[in-house]
Write a protein that binds this ligand. Structure first.
Ligand code: ADP
Ligand code: MG
Ligand code: MG
Length: 886
C-alpha cells in the first residue's frame, strides 16, 4: 500500500488523500513554482495509525525511501554533522484546522549537526543555535506537550540577563546557553533527554501530527465547522529553507485579493530576518507586502508573477506563504483563501467579470450563511462616538459587549446570556472556546493574518486585531487606552470593518445589504461593490431556483417586509397571537361558556377582530397565496397560570370578597390542566372539541378574502388544519368549512383551498389517505422533529443536547437542520404517497428548517414546491434554493 507521495506525484484534487496543504504543494511543484522538495504521508496512514495505535506496515520503509530521495536531491544527509539536511514536519488535513499540531521546523538538528548548520550558513553560529533552540521549543511543545510558557520564560530570562527585550540581541553564546536551558526543561517534563537521532525526531513528530487529529481543540473546531470526524490528517515533510539568515532573508504571507473586502490589489505582510511562525504569531511587527518591492525587487516581482499564475490556475483568491533565503524566493504553501462573507460575494462577481467563472459557479462560491452574516446591523455613528483606538479591521461586523480577558470568563459570561468582547494581546488555539462564545475579538497585536484574524473570519466573528494603543493587563483584568482604564465588565464596541474601537455601547443600524433588500438602495445607482455583487448573484439564484420562497408572517408589517425581501406568499400565518392582549378576555369567556349562547356571543365578538387581521394580511399579499393555520396551541395557554389563580382566589376569599367568577375560572383551568400539553388538547383536536371555534375562523378568513377582493385586490387564502394524524379529522373539519366557505364566497370569485400540516408522524405515514382530503400539505418540521425523536423542543436543547453533540449522536441539533435520515424519511414518504394519491398536490414546509441552508437543499431534492421561513431568512432561502438548483 502506498502511504507516501513525493510532491511531484500529487495534485490539487487529492485533498482527501494528501490533505489541503500537501495537495497544493504538489500542485505548485507541478506548475514549476519553486517549492522546496518534500513528500506527503497520506491521511490513510493517519487513519490506520489512529485505528490501531501503530504505524501501518510498510510506512517506515516508504518514509526511509523518500528521505533518501530527499537527501539525494538536496545533496545533504539528515543529521550529518558536517552538512545536515533539515526538514519541517507539517500537519495538513483536508480542511485547514486550527487546534491541530502545527509545524515543527528544523527537524534534524542535534548537538553535532548544529555545528554543521553553522558552517552551511558561512560560519553563522548565532543562526545555527537559534534554529536549534527553536526546534527544542517547537518539538517540546507540540510533540511532547511541554508547557510552552516554560520555554518563553527561559527566553525572557536570557533577554533580561542581556538587558534587552529584543531576541535579535541575543548572540550565539546566549543561544547556546538557552539550548541547555531548553533541554533541561524538556527532560524535566518528559523524563528523557531531547532525542538526538534525527530519524527518531522525525518519527515522533509524524506520530504527534497523527494524534493531534483527536486533540480537544481540533474536535471542537470540527464540530463547530461541521467537518467530519473521520477524515484524518496528512503529514508533510519539507526540506527547510531559511528566512532568518540575515537582512536579505525573510518570510511572509500574501493574498491575491483583500480577504476582508474582496478588493483587487496586493495584500500581505512581510517580516525580514525571520522564520515561519514569526509572521503569523504577530511576535514582531510586520511590514506591508508592498514594502518588499523596495527591500528585494527581484523576489517581489517574481512573487507577483506567481500570485497571478496561481489565481488564474485556481480561479479564485489564493493565500500564500513564502520565504526568501538570501534573495531566493521559495513558495511554502498556497490554498484557496478564507475570506469574509462580503469578500466572497465581491470576488465571485469579479471572477465572473474577468471571465474566469460563470454565474452558476459564482452561486457555488457563496452561501446562505454568508448572506445571513451580511444582513447583520452596522454601527450608527455620529460625532458623539469617537474611536479610542484603531486597529486592523480583521473580520467585519459591529460587535458590542462586556470586556473579558480570558477564554474561560468569556464562556462563563456568555453562558449567563451576556454579550462579551474577548480582549487579548494575541490569541492562540487555547482561546478557541472563548472566541466561539464572544460577540467579537479585540487584540493589540498581529495583522490580518494573525491567529485571531484568521480564526475570527472563519467563524464569522467580528474581530479587530493589532490595536496597539491598547495596553492590556490580563492578570489585572484591565486595559488602558487614551488615558482611560477599561475593566472587565465595561462595555466596548468594535467595528471589524474599519478596525475602530469605541468605549461604551454604539447604536447599530441596518447593513447596506438589508437596505438593498428593503429597496432603499438601488443596485444600479450605488457604487457599493458588495450591493452590486449581491444583487447580481441573487438575480441569478432567482432565475435558477425551482423552489418558491414564502414567509412565516402573522402581521401586515411582517408580510410587507417579507414581500420586499422577495417572499412569494405566506406559508404560515399563525392565528394564536390574534387571541392574546385585549382579546384574551374573550377567549376566557369562550372557554368558560356554560351555554351555547354564551359561547356564540364570545365567538361573535372575536369574528370581526379576526376578520380585520386577515384583511390587512390579504391586502399586503395582494395576488400571492396566504396559508392561514387554524388555532393551534393548547387552550390553557390563554388562561392564567394555575398556582397564581389559586392563590388569588384564596386571598380574596379570606377577605370575604365575592369570588364566584374567579372560582369558575379556577375550576376551568384545573379541568384543562394537562401533563403533556404538547401532546394534549391542541390543533385539530381543539377544533373538534369546541363547537364553532374553527367555523368562526374559517368565516373570518373567507369574509376577509371577499372584502379584499371586492376592493380590487386578489386574495388567495389557503386554510391549514394543524396536527392532523388521521384523515377522518381533516374530513370532519373540511365538511363544516366548505359549507361556510360556499355560503360566504358566493359569486365573488374567491377560491379558498383547504389543506393540512403534516407534523404528526402518523400523518406522514398515512399521507396517501390524507391527501384524498387535502388540497395541499405543509410540513411542520418543528413538531415533526419533536414527535419523530420524542424530544420536547423547549426542554432538550439546554438539558442534554450538548452531550449528544459531544458524543456525535448528531452533528447539529435536528431542530436547526433537518435530520435527513429520520424526519427527512417521513417527509419523503409523505411526498411520494401524497402525490401518488393526488397528482399535483401542492407541497411546502413551514417549520424553522425552511430558512436553514442545508435543509433547503433537502427540500429541493425531495421535490417540495416551496419553503417558508421568517422574513429575514427569505433572501437566504432564495439564495440556497438557487444553489440547490445549479
Ligand atoms: P500552518 O498550517 O500553521 O501555517 P505550516 O506547516 O504552514 O503551518 O508552517 C508554519 C510556518 O512554518 C509557516 O510560516 C511556514 O511557511 C513555515 N515553514 C514550514 N515549512 C517550512 C520549511 N520547510 N522551510 C521554511 N519554513 C517553513
Ligand atoms: Mg501555513
Ligand atoms: Mg406544530
Amino acid at each position: 500500500h502506498k502511504y507516501v507521495y513525493d510532491f511531484a506525484e500529487g495534485n490539487k484534487d487529492q485533498k482527501d488523500l494528501l490533505g489541503g496543504k500537501g495537495a497544493n504543494l504538489a500542485e505548485m511543484t507541478n506548475l514549476g513554482l519553486p517549492v522546496p522538495p518534500g513528500f506527503t504521508i497520506t491521511t490513510e496512514a493517519c487513519k490506520a495509525y489512529l485505528a490501531t495505535g501503530e504505524e501501518p506496515a510498510g510506512l517506515a520503509d516508504q518514509i526511509s525511501a523518500r528521505v533518501g530521495a530527499l537527501e539525494a536531491a538536496m545533496g545533504r544527509k539528515l543529521g550529518d554533522p558536517e552538512d545536515p539536511l533539515l526538514v519541517s514536519v507539517r500537519s495538513g488535513a483536508k480542511f485547514s484546522m486550527p487546534g491541530m499540531m502545527e509545524t515543527v521546523l528544523n527537524v534534524g538538528l542535534n548537538d553535532r549537526s548544529v555545528v554543521g548548520l553553522s558552517a552551511q550558513a558561512g560560519g553563522n553560529d548565532r543562526f545555527a543555535w537559534d534554529s536549534y533552540r527553536r526546534l527544542i521549543q517547537m518539538f517540546g511543545k507540540t510533540v511532547c506537550d511541554v508547557p510552552g510558557e516554560e520555554f518563553e520564560h527561559a527566553l525572557d530570562d536570557a533577554k533580561r540577563a542581556k538587558g534587552t527585550t529584543n531576541d535579535l540581541d541575543l548572540d550565539a553564546d546566549d543561544l547556546r546557553g538557552l539550548v541547555d536551558a531548553y533541554k533541561k526543561i524538556f527532560s524535566k517534563h518528559t523524563g528523557r533527554e531531547f532525542p538526538q537521532d534525527p530519524r527518531e525526531q522525525l518519527d515522533l513528530a509524524i506520530k504527534a501530527v497523527f494524534e493531534s487529529w483527536n486533540a480537544e481543540r481540533a474536535v471542537i473546531y470540527r464540530r463547530q465547522e461541521r467537518i467530519p470526524a473521520d477524515l484524518g490528517t496528512a503529514v508533510n515533510v519539507v526540506a527547510m529553507v531559511f528566512g532568518n539568515l540575515g537582512a536579505d532573508s525573510g518570510t511572509g504571507v500574501a493574498f491575491t485579493r483583500d480577504p476582508a473586502s474582496g478588493a483587487q490589489g496586493i495584500y500581505g505582510d512581510y517580516l525580514a530576518n525571520a522564520q515561519g511562525e514569526d509572521v503569523v504569531a504577530g511576535i514582531r511587527n510586520t511590514v506591508p507586502l508592498q514594502e518588499l518591492e523596495r527591500i528585494d525587487k527581484k523576489s517581489y516581482d517574481e512573487l507577483l508573477d506567481y500570485m497571478a499564475r496561481l489565481e488564474g490556475h485556481y480561479k479564485d483568491l489564493c493565500d500564500i506563504e513564502f520565504t526568501i533565503e538570501r534573495g531566493k524566493l521559495w513558495m511554502l504553501q498556497t490554498r484557496v483563501g478564507k475570506r469574509t462573507a462580503a469578500a466572497a460575494f465581491v470576488i465571485a462577481g469579479q471572477l465572473v467579470d474577468e471571465g474566469l467563472i460563470d454565474l452558476d459557479e459564482a452561486l457555488h462560491r457563496v452561501n446562505g450563511a454568508q448572506l445571513a452574516q451580511l444582513m447583520f446591523p452596522r454601527f450608527k455613528l455620529d460625532h458623539e462616538f469617537q474611536p479610542v483606538a484603531k486597529g486592523i479591521g480583521a473580520s467585519p461586523g459591529a460587535a458590542v459587549g462586556k470586556v473579558v480577558f480570558t477564554s474561560a470568563r468569556a464562556v462563563e459570561l456568555a453562558g449567563e446570556g451576556e454579550q462579551v468582547i474577548l480582549v487579548r494581546r494575541e490569541t492562540n488555539p487555547d482561546d478557541l472556546n472563548g472566541m466561539i462564545a464572544a460577540q467579537g475579538i479585540l487584540t493589540s497585536r498581529g495583522g490580518k493574518t494573525s491567529h485571531a484574524a484568521v480564526v475570527a473570519r472563519g467563524m464569522g466573528k467580528t474581530c479587530v486585531s493589532g490595536a496597539d494603543e491598547l495596553d492590556i493587563d490580563i492578570p489585572g483584568r484591565k486595559f488602558t487606552v487614551a488615558g482611560q482604564t477599561v475593566r472587565e465588565g465595561d462595555v466596548v464596541s468594535i467595528d471589524g470593518t474599519t478596525g475602530k474601537v469605541y468605549l461604551g455601547e454604539v447604536p447599530v443600524m441596518p447593513s447596506e445589504v438589508v437596505q438593498y433588500f428593503e429597496g432603499e438602495l438601488d443596485p444600479e445607482q450605488t457604487d457599493d461593490a458588495l450591493v452590486k455583487a449581491v444583487h447580481r448573484i441573487m438575480t441569478h439564484a432567482d432565475a435558477k431556483r425551482r423552489l418558491a420562497v414564502r414567509t412565516n408572517a402573522d402581521t401586515g408589517a411582517d408580510a410587507a417586509r417579507a414581500r420586499r425581501f422577495g417572499g412569494e406568499g405566506i406559508g404560515l400565518c399563525r392565528t394564536e397571537h390574534m387571541f392574546l392582549g385585549d382579546r384574551r378576555e374573550l377567549v376566557e369567556k369562550l372557554i368558560l361558556a356554560r351555554t351555547d349562547d354564551e359561547r356564540d356571543s364570545a365567538l361573535a365578538a372575536l369574528l370581526p377582530l379576526q376578520r380585520a387581521d386577515f384583511e390587512e394580511i390579504f391586502r399586503e399579499m395582494d395576488g400571492l397565496p396566504v396559508t392561514v393555520r387554524l388555532i393551534d396551541p393548547p387552550l390553557h395557554e390563554f388562561l392564567p397560570p394555575l398556582e397564581q389563580l389559586a392563590v388569588n382566589v384564596a386571598v380574596a376569599q379570606e377577605r370575604g370578597e365575592d369570588v364566584a367568577k374567579e372560582e369558575a375560572l379556577l375550576a376551568a383551568v384545573r379541568r384543562m390542566h394537562e401533563e403533556n400539553p404538547m401532546l394534549g388538547l391542541r390543533g385539530v383536536r381543539l377544533g373538534l372539541v369546541i363547537p364553532g371555534l374553527f367555523a368562526m375562523q374559517v368565516r373570518a378568513i373567507a369574509e376577509a378574502a371577499v372584502t379584499v377582493t371586492r376592493a380590487g385586490a386578489v386574495a388567495k387564502p389557503e386554510i391549514m388544519v394543524p396536527l392532523v394524524g388521521a384523515v377522518q379529522e381533516l374530513e370532519t373539519v373540511r365538511a363544516e368549512a366548505e359549507k361556510i366557505i360556499a355560503e360566504v364566497v358566493g359569486d365573488s370569485g374567491v377560491e379558498v383551498l383547504i389543506g393540512t400540516m403534516i407534523e404528526v408522524p402518523r400523518a406522514a405515514l398515512t399521507a396517501g389517505q390524507i391527501a384524498e382530503a387535502a388540497q395541499f400539505f405543509s410540513f411542520g418540521t418543528n413538531d415533526l422533529t419533536q414527535m419523530a425523536w420524542g424530544f420536547s423542543r423547549d426542554d432538550v436543547e439546554g438539558a442534554f443536547f450538548w452531550r449528544y453533540l459531544e458524543l456525535g449522536i448528531f452533528g447539529i441539533s435536528p431542530f436547526e437542520s433537518i435530520d435527513r435520515e429520520g424526519v427527512g424519511r417521513l417527509v419523503r414518504i409523505a411526498v411520494e404517497e401524497g402525490r401518488a394519491a393526488r397528482p399535483g398536490l401542492k407541497l411546502g414546509v413551514c417549520g424553522e428548517h425552511g430558512g436553514d441552508p442545508e435543509s433547503v437543499h433537502f427540500f429541493h431534492e425531495v421535490g417540495l414546491d416551496y419553503v417558508s421561513c421568517s422574513p429575514f431568512r427569505v433572501p437566504v432561502a432564495r439564495l440556497e434554493a438557487g444553489r440547490a438548483a445549479v
